[in-house]
Design a protein around this ligand. Structure first.
Ligand code: NAD
Length: 439
């Protein structure tokens, strides 16, 4: 099938590459000229495990190409995916200007019946709005389908190739048939393609992300209380997670959720609720808890050193919002760094993949030093802060850490170390939802 993907970011590039991988002819369109230039020279503009091989192979085999021209990119495409940004506006609602602008531009370019698939996360009713924008200048028939994306950064290729489920929102039989054909290669193990109307599909995406964010905030509350009552959240997590009604996943407490999806999607759903005069109380609480949790390590640091951090230097391990990605959007590490800088401290940071993005997009980066490896970051620092659970931090050389640090002090926002092990290493160690170890 001939397919176009408009917007070649984390979702669009993975979608385009994985659609090409099963034999489709895919053209990816992006307005970012530098990005398109990079991709044309076979460089992947983002860090996503397993993407590079697939990306190169499909370019080499002539199934994947890139353009900045919408007209050129969508020529003859039977299906056009929109994987455009929907960032939060000031009031928290999703900014649809990218999606609607492309719909306006697309209308007059359609030459025969086309299915336009919305993969961006958008408020309920957006499919109808996209249809109206397309219809302004379209001379042919088209259908707009809602096909929310559930891939996780860090596992995006696997999630696309073997999805738990595919959600398709459409009331058109023709579009339904085409979408089924397109997705059948990915659900050969029997995972469902779930068909529904457009509005329910749009709501499904927000409900899924909001539920997961609620699970995280709930566990963060349990962790904070565990510290006060002298319980160990590691045991509590195992104890409740073994109940299959609760499940083992997404029960890890930490320094709050981040990334380009949870914060904005939870906000957008509360905003949708406001617009319909509904007070979505749980979600309001989820947002408050998350904002407080992002500062949990900073309050622990200030309990330890006092409020004035003027002469202190902190090493930070991890800047990305989670491991296995270079995405720093809404990363808790950046909130922590800002707070430490405001309190007068200096920061030396290390992350395996995210440093270039931090240098580019984080305003506080000009006052920071970046280290080439994890241990170099520790040299002469008063303490280490762990903000992202990259696997290379999980079994470190504690002796070398002790030698490099001015004082053996760790504030761990991701509970990387077993308390029984860390007790033997001579560190002051403070984590989330567990007793502090006093060296
Ligand atoms: P992104 O910012 O990484 O990528 C968006 C791309 O669109 C960029 O490359 C940008 O240059 C391009 N673009 C902007 N305007 C354009 C235009 N007019 N024409 C062509 N290209 C244009 O965004 P993303 O993370 O891929 O997210 C895209 C959508 O998917 C969002 O709605 C997001 O909520 C949703 N989503 C994201 C994830 C995720 O993990 N990142 C997962 C599921 C759903």
């Amino acid at each position: 099938m001939k397919i176009a993907v408009v917007g070649t970011g984390y979702v669009g590039l993975v979608t385009g590459t994985c659609l090409a991988e099963v034999g489709n002819q895919v053209t990816c369109v992006d307005i970012d000229k530098a990005k398109v230039k990079m991709m044309r020279t076979k460089q992947v503009p983002i860090y996503e495990p397993d993407l590079e091989n697939l990306f190169r192979r499909n370019i080499d085999e002539g199934r994947l190409r890139f353009t900045t021209s919408l007209k050129d990119g969508i020529a003859d495409a039977a299906v056009i995916f929109l994987a455009l940004p929907t960032p939060p506006t000031e009031d928290g609602s999703a900014d649809l200007s990218y999606v609607l602008q492309v719909a306006d531009n697309l209308g007059p370019l359609l030459k025969s019946y086309t299915v336009v698939v919305d993969k961006s996360t958008v408020p309920v009713g957006t499919s109808e709005r996209v249809s109206k924008h397309l219809a302004k200048k379209a001379k042919v028939k088209f259908d707009v389908v809602s096909n929310p994306e559930f891939l996780r950064e860090g596992f995006a290729v696997g999630d696309f190739m073997k999805p738990d489920r595919v959600v398709i929102g459409t009331n058109s039989n023709k579009a339904r048939k085409l979408m089924k054909e397109l997705y059948t290669p990915y659900v050969r193990q029997g995972n469902p393609i779930i068909f529904m109307d457009e509005r329910s599909a749009e709501m499904t995406k927000y409900a899924a992300n909001s539920f997961l964010a609620t699970k995280i905030s709930f566990m963060n509350e349990v962790a904070n209380l565990a510290e006060r009552v002298g319980a160990n959240v590691d045991y509590v997590r195992l104890g409740i997670g073994a109940d299959e009604r609760i499940g083992k996943r997404f029960l890890f407490p930490g320094i709050g959720y981040g990334g380009s999806c949870f914060p904005k999607d939870v906000l957008a759903l509360t905003q949708i609720a406001h617009e319909h005069d509904y007070d979505f109380k749980i979600l309001e609480a989820v947002i408050d808890i998350n904002e407080r949790q992002r500062l949990r390590l900073v309050s622990k640091i200030m309990d330890y050193y006092g409020d004035d951090l003027e002469s202190k230097v902190f090493a930070i391990w991890g800047l990305a919002f989670k491991p296995d990605t270079d995405d720093i959007r809404e990363a808790p590490a950046l909130t922590i760094i800002k707070e430490l800088q405001t309190a007068g401290a200096k920061v030396v940071a290390y992350d395996p993949e995210a440093i270039p993005n931090v240098k580019k997009y984080f305003p506080g980066a000009s006052n920071m030093v970046f280290a080439k490896d994890a241990y170099k970051a520790l040299k002469g620092a008063d303490a280490l802060i762990i903000a992202t659970e990259w696997s290379e931090f999980r079994t470190p050389d504690f002796e070398l850490m002790s030698k490099q640090l001015k004082n053996p002090v760790i504030f761990d926002g991701r509970n990387l170390y077993d308390l029984d092990i860390i007790k033997t290493k001579g560190f002051y160690y403070s984590s989330i939802g567990r007793e502090a170890i006093h060296g």
